[in-house]
Each structure stands twice: as structure tokens, then as C-alpha cells.
Design a protein around this ligand. Structure first.
Ligand SMILES: NC(=O)c1ccc[n+]([C@@H]2O[C@H](COP(=O)([O-])OP(=O)(O)OC[C@H]3O[C@@H](n4cnc5c(N)ncnc54)[C@H](O)[C@@H]3O)[C@@H](O)[C@H]2O)c1
Length: 347
């Protein structure tokens, strides 16, 4: 298997990371993004402490990391626990040099159903990790921010300096995280980097459950020849970002020279795809694997709290982090689809 860090444009980053063995804390490591970050770090010879409470993540992702990497040599430690538990957050920080904080409850609809739990995990849990990292004066603190922070800001592409009002409790929690990160920089001189992810997708993203993201959910349903529902008129658009791009952004941010500032960066591709186009793309790519689907999509109500259009400028991340996406949406779907097909064979 070839990894994003073997891509020609990423050779220098690979050298920078492998030149020193650091200890990274990855929270949310049993989830989609966290498990992919941990796997890349272990392939690059790093030490990883992973933390998760399995609320939306899976033990199978931890098993997969261990199976695919040299984790057996003691490079990987997994600790089960909850970021809402302050003592647990203190316990996991021993020896940590870089924090990549991914643990949170994702999903706009989930946060509308239960705003308090989203707040407890995404804001209280966030400040627990942030404050413990500050006390230990870790080298770099990187956290999962979100494109939902742009809220009702109408202009495209989205640039980091210009945000609107949040449209959901989830977006509010992610905005609070950015506010705390900035306060910690001003008050304590503790710097951080927030990565505003734009619809990340790829292997290990969970297709199941009420709050599944659109690409895994539709792929799974099309493979099973079940009907697909599009919320709204299908013209809603997103900047879909393949997982390898998000992992790259995390590693670049993790070793960035950023001692005192709080910064935020868009992590995306800079390509806009409507939901109708996405549906057609998934069907077309599945057909290349002899998985044919002849149903039309069904259309339902727009979802509450959803942003209508999303497209990122990635200029800032390119200029200051050296971030260059290695995969477009089409290339990413080309990698994700065989993975989803393999899961259905296993099931
Ligand atoms: N996937 C996306 O498109 C996207 C977009 C924007 C932001 N994000 C953010 O990226 C991060 C990772 O998202 P993901 O897509 O991998 O989701 P995920 O649900 O697959 O992973 C989140 C992980 O955090 C863990 N977790 C949740 N609550 C916890 C708690 N209280 N204590 C310890 N662990 C806990 C879960 O068990 C899970 O393993 C989240 O912060 C999310 O808000 C994701």
C-alpha cells in the first residue's frame, strides 16, 4: 500500500518527521480521523499514545492500527477513557510532546437532538485537554476545528478571517474551542493550531448509525442496492476532503513552529461538489467494480442546521503550513470504494 507521505510533494515532510522520534497524543484514536493519523505516525517511526472512550469509535480500528504497523515494538499505547474526566486527561499527558486532539461528538443533527452532551464533550472535554497540555507546556497543540464555524457567512471561498454566526449547537461547540484556544494564547502564551476540516471522508469512516456522514452512508446503501435519500434539492455543495489530506495537515501542524499564537487553517481541497454530482460520482466509481445501481435518488427536506454551500480557500494552509492536498475528491473516492467493498465481503 502506498501512503500519502510517499507522494513526491511530501518527501520533505517525511524526512522532517522521521528525523526525530517524538511522542504524540492522539485523542479520538478509535475514530475515523484519529485512527488514520495514528497509523501514519506509526509508519513514520513515531511513538503514539491513543485515547478514546469508544462512544463513536471502534475497537476494530485500534486492532487494525496494531495489525498494520510495527506497534508491537511498544510504539503504540492505547488508553481507554473520557476527555470529560479531568484526572484521565492528566494521566495521559505524561511524556507527550505533541497533541493532536480529535476526540469530539461530530454531527450537526446529533447536536440538535442533544446539545448538552455535544457541549460537554466538545467544549468541556476540549478545555480539559487544552489546559492539561498547557500545564505540561507541550511543544505543539493541534485540534480538530470545523468548517461549520463559517455558519451563515455567504461568501465563497471560505477564508479563515471571515466567519458568520453558527447554525447549530455543533458549530457553536467548535467555535467555542477556537475562542478558548485564542484565550489560552493571549492569557498564557500557549499557542495552538485549529484545523477547520471540510467534510473529510475515506477508509474507516463509519457508514452506520443515524449520524453517518454522506459518503460512507451512500456508498454502503448503493453497495447493498438500497434507496438513497438526498436532503434538499441536491444542489447543496461541499468541499470533500480525502482523509490523507487531513492526516497530512495534522502532521504538518504538529511540527510547525508555533509557540505562542493561536492559528486556524482550512483543511480541504478547494473543489466544490454538489450532492447530485457526488451521488453520480459514487455510482460511476462503484460501476468500475461491477457494482451497478439503477435507482434514482429520492429527495427529502433540507436538514436543519446545514450550511448551503461550502468551498474552502486553502491558500493560508499552503503558505504557512506547506499543506498540499495529494488527493482530489475523485482520487479519494477511488481509494475509499474498494475499502467499503472489502468491508461488505468481510461482513
Ligand atoms: N469527519 C469530518 O468530516 C469532520 C469535519 C469537521 C470536523 N471534524 C472533527 O474531527 C474530529 C474527528 O472526527 P471523526 O470524523 O474522526 O469522528 P469519529 O466519530 O469517527 O471520531 C471521534 C472519536 O472521538 C471519540 N470520542 C468521542 N467522545 C469522546 C470522549 N468523551 N472521550 C474520549 N473519546 C471520545 C469517539 O469514540 C471517536 O473514536 C472531531 O473533532 C470532529 O468534530 C470531522
Amino acid at each position: 500500500m502506498s501512503y500519502w507521505f510517499d507522494h513526491e510533494s511530501q518527501k520533505i515532510l517525511k524526512k522532517l518527521i522521521t528525523s526525530k522520534r517524538r511522542t504524540w497524543l492522539v485523542t479520538g484514536v478509535a475514530g475515523f480521523i484519529g485512527s488514520n493519523i495514528a497509523e501514519s505516525l506509526l509508519h513514520l517511526g513515531q511513538k503514539v499514545i491513543g485515547f478514546d472512550n469508544f462512544s463513536t469509535g471502534h475497537p476494530r480500528n485500534i486492532e487494525d492500527i496494531v495489525a498494520k504497523t510495527a506497534a508491537a515494538d511498544g510504539a503504540f499505547t492505547f488508553l481507554e477513557g473520557d476527555i470529560r474526566d479531568r484526572d484521565a486527561c492528566a494521566d495521559i499527558m505524561d511524556g507527550v510532546e505533541i497533541v493532536l486532539h480529535q476526540a469530539a461528538l461530530g454531527s450537526v443533527p446529533r447536536s440538535i437532538e442533544d446539545p448538552r452532551t455535544s457541549h460537554d464533550v466538545n467544549v468541556t472535554g476540549f478545555i480539559n485537554i487544552l489546559d492539561e497540555a498547557r500545564r505540561r507546556n507541550v511543544e505543539n497543540f493541534v485540534y480538530a476545528a470545523s468548517s461549520s464555524t463559517y455558519g451563515d457567512e455567504p461568501n465563497l471561498p471560505k477564508i479563515e478571517e471571515r466567519i458568520g454566526r453558527p447554525l447549530s449547537p455543533y458549530a457553536g461547540t467548535k467555535l467555542f474551542d477556537e475562542i478558548y484556544a485564542e484565550i489560552f494564547s493571549r492569557t498564557y502564551g500557549f499557542g495552538s493550531i485549529g484545523l477547520r476540516y471540510f467534510n473529510v471522508f475515506g477508509p474507516r469512516q463509519d457508514p452506520n448509525g443515524a449520524y453517518a456522514a454522506v459518503i460512507p452512508k451512500w456508498t454502503d446503501r448503493i453497495i447493498a442496492n438500497k434507496p438513497v435519500t438526498i436532503n434538499g434539492d441536491g444542489l447543496t455543495s461541499r468541499d470533500f476532503c480525502f482523509i490523507d489530506n487531513a492526516v497530512q495537515a495534522n502532521l504538518r501542524a504538529g511540527i510547525a513552529q508555533n509557540k505562542k499564537q493561536s492559528e486556524v487553517f482550512n483543511v480541504a481541497v478547494g473543489e466544490q461538489t454538489s450532492l447530485n454530482e457526488l451521488f453520480a460520482l459514487i455510482k460511476e466509481r462503484l460501476a468500475l467494480h461491477q457494482c451497478y445501481y439503477d435507482k434514482d435518488a429520492m429527495y427529502a427536506e433540507f436538514r436543519r442546521g446545514d450550511v448551503r454551500h461550502s468551498l474552502a480557500s486553502i491558500d493560508r494552509a499552503a503558505a504557512l503550513l506547506g499543506y498540499h492536498p495529494t488527493h482530489t475528491i475523485g482520487e479519494g473516492i477511488g481509494v475509499a470504494i474498494p475499502w467499503y467493498l472489502a468491508q461488505t465481503v468481510k461482513a
